[in-house]
Design a protein. Structure first.
Length: 450
């Protein structure tokens, strides 16, 4: 975004869309204070609450309320910001918005306030994303984690590793100038130790960011299994509702059906897919195609098998479950066996979706997988993260591995390049080195007024 585009004044309703006692309209840009004046507000003192009557072009009062003025750079966006608090009527807020637009403001795009805050250096990118995550947080633990990311807990961890990489780059780049000498005569041991340290720090960061991502996104679990194994019944039992249609005609769950359930504050998305069965009619085959697609995006495949003949079930699903990151095997309908079976390993659970027996074990196992052992309150220092961040960390780690390999062969130029790429990957998290199109994609997913 160029400077002239940034210099205009934007406006949006900053409080939620629903009617409420108080509604807030927020302006950011150089015209903020003059527009407030145009509404009839008195001369606004910075950071003081002013009672005002907000007037239309013909002097008619639209609403009365409070006006607040935060001159840049000491404001959320870093620009002059005015907040108008009126009554939370959507009609009144709309009128206020339109009057401000008539006075020279422009309706803000989704995420544009946060984008300006980022562009003006008030927040880094991970912090700006944390604002959206905080607003969308579904429970206390996710909100706390987003709050910590907004405070910069995640960014500082990223910056720490980035700092280590900068030092290594400087060292290696300097050594390149003495190309004839092997690295070991140029403090190579120190560089190698530094690379090893950075790798460890990155590995820890990756684990924590992955946990943060699960907090934000929830564990994405997909239920699969042959027709009639009891997938829909299990989904209902887990969700405690009757949303999934349960029938005893094989192949009736043709569409995918999503259900999000919460276990100890962690979100678990279940997708009941069409029973996997080779052949079948066109609709059934489409369902199977979707099932495989779902599986590739899943953290966990919950494979439901009829305990009376699990082998037949395993054969029916083929390698579909292997596409998910992890698998959990549910031996269902154990109530129909003469004796309750002993599950063969920790990733298998014997249960009966019909009677509910064994369900608590499945719950416990899911809790464990979702939180990786973390308690319901979350851990100290736990922060929120996004898939994009986890991928960037993984990319940085891969480049660091390559850098280490190049160093082992005294290929200093190549090592320096790998270190640069690792550094760049981390820079994309905080937005120090982020392409414009990525910024556009990130901020457009925010809601208007944020
Ligand atoms: P899906 O095709 O895999 O989704 O299977 P459904 O959930 O539709 O179940 C198929 C049939 O098996 C239905 O008649 C269910 O009532 C029955 N069923 C599911 N789970 C159990 C169970 O644990 N025990 C018994 N006895 N029947 C079950
Ligand atoms: Zn079903």
């Amino acid at each position: 975004m160029n400077d002239s585009a940034r210099r205009d004044t934007i406006i949006a309703i900053a409080s939620g869309a629903a009617a409420g006692g108080v509604g807030i309209v927020r302006l950011s840009g150089p015209l903020s204070a003059p527009i407030a004046g145009g509404l009839g507000c008195p001369a606004l003192q910075p950071r003081h609450a002013h009672y005002a009557r907000f007037r239309d072009a013909d002097g008619e009062v639209i609403d009365d309320g409070i006006a607040l003025y935060f001159p840049g750079p000491r404001s959320f966006t870093g620009e002059d910001v005015v907040e108008l608090q009126g009554h939370g009527s959507p009609v009144v807020l709309r009128q206020l918005l339109e009057r401000c637009i008539a006075l020279g403001a422009r309706q803000a795009r989704a995420g544009e306030f946060s984008e300006r805050a980022f562009l003006n250096g008030k927040l880094d990118l991970a912090q700006a994303e944390a604002i959206a995550d905080l607003i969308a947080a579904g429970d206390v633990r996710a909100a706390r984690a987003a709050r910590r990311s907004l405070d910069g807990v995640f960014s500082r961890r990223v910056e720490d590793v980035a700092e280590q990489l900068v030092r290594l780059r400087i060292h290696v780049e300097a050594a390149i100038d003495f190309a004839d000498e092997p690295l070991d005569t140029l403090g190579g041991a120190q560089v190698r130790a530094g690379v090893a340290q950075a790798r460890e720090a990155l590995a820890r960061l990756r684990v924590d960011a992955e946990r943060g991502r699960k907090l934000r996104d929830g564990l994405h679990a997909v239920l699969i299994g042959p027709p009639n194994a009891g997938k829909s019944s299990l989904l209902n039992a887990l969700a405690g509702s009757e949303r999934a249609i349960v029938t005893d005609i094989a192949g009736t769950t043709r569409d995918t059906l999503r259900e999000t359930i919460r276990i100890d504050g962690l979100e678990l998305e279940l997708v009941d897919t069409a029973g996997l069965r080779e052949g079948g009619d066109a609709i059934e085959r489409e369902g199977m195609r979707r099932a495989r697609e779902e599986m590739q995006r899943a953290d966990l495949a919950i494979v439901v098998l009829d305990a009376r003949d699990p082998e037949a079930g395993r054969q029916a699903i083929g390698d579909a479950a292997a596409q998910a990151t992890r698998q959990l095997w549910v031996l269902n309908k154990c109530d129909l066996l003469p004796q309750w079976p002993q599950p063969p390993d920790a990733d298998s659970i014997a249960l009966s979706a019909a009677s509910g027996q064994g369900l608590e074990q499945l719950h416990a196992r899911l809790r464990q997988l979702a939180g990786e052992g973390a308690g319901g309150e979350g851990q100290q220092g736990e922060f929120s993260a996004r898939l994009r961040h986890v991928q960037a960390i993984a990319l940085a780690a891969a480049h660091l591995d390559d850098a280490e390999a190049q160093l082992r062969h005294d290929h200093l130029e190549l090592a320096a390049e790998e270190l640069r790429l690792a550094h760049q990957a981390l820079g994309e998290i905080t937005g120090r080195m982020t392409a414009d199109d990525l910024l556009g994609r990130i901020f457009s997913s925010f809601c208007i007024g944020k």
